[in-house]
Design a protein around this ligand. Structure first.
Ligand code: 2BA
Length: 106
């Protein structure tokens, strides 16, 4: 079994959630904040069998768009100093696939 951790932009999160339900993918949705921009994003936790990981990643890929944003000096709070807005590309999705030692539900 694997745990897919997927960080997506909040603009994409509702349609991705609907796509998970439609495709019978079980997921937990967390409201999170990007460490660089300090903007809200969404993290999904998806526990899935190994042979479904590619399907899950394809669903995420299909619903996640890259967008250009401007990082304002005020957005950057820790250790990284910029004096004027900088254009950056955020997303589509940032995904981690990690092995699961045990899965139990009581
Ligand atoms: P943020 O940390 O707010 O980063 C937003 C975007 O800012 C990033 O988009 C990237 O384009 C840029 N960025 C981040 N750190 C930077 C840095 N040190 N220098 C210059 N530009 C930087 P994405 O790479 O698509 O990441 C989107 C969100 O995914 C991130 O939001 C963060 O919440 C998460 N993420 C990305 N990589 C991660 C990682 N290795 N570990 C954990 N979370 C990650």
């Amino acid at each position: 079994m694997k745990l897919v951790i997927a960080i997506v932009q909040k603009e994409d999160s509702n349609k991705l959630q609907r796509a998970f339900v439609k495709n019978n993918v079980r997921a937990t949705k967390l409201a999170t904040t990007g460490g660089f921009l300090s903007e809200g994003n969404t993290t999904f936790l998806i526990g899935t069998e190994d042979d479904h990981v590619e399907d899950v990643l394809n669903i995420i890929k299909g619903q996640s768009k890259a967008r250009e944003e401007f990082a304002q000096p005020s957005m950057v709070t820790t250790g990284y100093e910029i004096s004027q807005p900088v254009k950056i590309t955020v997303g589509g999705a940032t995904c981690f696939v990690v092995p699961v030692d045990e899965f139990k539900q009581f």
